[in-house]
Ligand binder design. Structure first.
Ligand code: SAM
Length: 295
């Protein structure tokens, strides 16, 4: 029996339900409920919240969220072997845990929040962590349906999310994140905390959406950051040529030196470039819409 909820220890759950970890599903389970409680606490007060969880697996983080008082947890799990184990957690917390068997990448959480307060908390499968984050940061309308994201990533990905200009990790992900949100690394988690242990250290990242980011078209921002960081060692007067517009005029309109490199430009600079890009396109009769950047 575990101290936080009286349910069986996670090792027993894994044994009883035959949940040997699958690499193909990015399964690295957290079995220490003190640690999963620490992740859950990072999200803040949960009493009024619908908490969306991606990949509950055997339920270690799910149980912490419920024990800490989450009003409702909606958990999306792709591995149907986990569903029966999660059913036992649902029975222990009547009416508070909804389990969706499916692919989180294809799940739209916004309507499930039904206009109430919501947040997302997850120990993400490492192979789909970045696309999930980009999807949540690309939510329309903004501010989004969630109040915060509390997510476990590989440390290297966490560093790319919170990176500041002038550092090696600064790139498209940091610009998108910094434009729409404030992000920080809450704490690191050693490989030995997981079963099986991954090769690298992980980090919990806490992300809070900005209520009013600088006005900017998201797809235009994606296009300019794709061009700029696609050739990050080159000067912007060169790398921005791939946008098919007058790169020097764009840089002048944005107030950025043509000799700067992408990694020196702060988020506000990229917003100015995206707005100048849209203005140039509409002056050239190409309209206000921009097709999405490739990822
Ligand atoms: N939350 C559990 C924990 O902390 O111990 C498990 C975390 S494990 C890193 C990732 C979980 O995501 C696994 O349970 C895996 O089956 C699930 N998963 C992988 N791909 C998924 C997807 N596309 N949609 C939903 N769940 C997925």
């Amino acid at each position: 029996m575990s101290a936080i909820d009286g349910l069986p220890p996670l090792r027993d759950v894994i044994r009883t339900h035959g949940l040997s970890a699958l690499k193909s599903l990015g399964q690295n389970f957290l079995l220490d409920l003190n640690l999963t409680s620490r992740v859950a606490r990072t999200a803040g007060a949960l009493e009024d919240m619908t908490v969306f969880e991606v990949g509950p697996g055997p339920g270690g983080l799910t149980r912490a969220l419920l024990a800490l008082g989450a009003k409702r947890v909606v958990a999306v799990e792709r591995d149907n072997r986990c569903i029966a184990a999660l059913g036992e957690v649902a029975a222990h917390y009547p009416g508070r845990l909804e389990i969706i068997e499916g692919d989180a990448l294809a799940t739209d959480f916004a309507p499930l929040a039904a206009g109430g307060r919501a947040c997302i908390v997850a120990n993400l499968p490492y192979n789909i962590g970045t696309p999930l984050l980009v999807g949540w940061l690309s939510a329309e309308p903004w501010p989004p349906f969630y109040e915060s994201l509390t997510l476990m990533f590989q440390r290297e990905v966490a560093e790319r999310i919170v990176a500041q200009p002038g550092t090696d990790h600064y790139g498209r992900l940091a610009v998108l994140t910094g434009w729409r949100a404030q992000a920080r690394i809450a704490f690191d988690v050693a490989p030995s905390a997981f079963v099986p242990p991954p090769k690298v250290t992980s980090s919990v990242v806490h992300i809070v959406p900005r209520p009013a980011p600088l006005p900017c078209d998201r797809r235009a921002l994606e296009r300019v950051t794709e061009a700029a960081f696609g050739q990050r060692r080159k000067m912007l007067r060169q790398s921005l040529k791939s946008l098919g517009v007058d790169a020097l005029a764009l840089l002048e309109a944005a107030g950025i030196e043509p000799t700067e490199r992408a990694e020196q430009v702060p988020v506000e600079g990229f917003v100015a470039l995206a707005n100048a890009f849209l203005a140039q396109r509409s002056a050239a009769g190409k309209g206000q819409s921009v097709s999405p950047a490739s990822s």
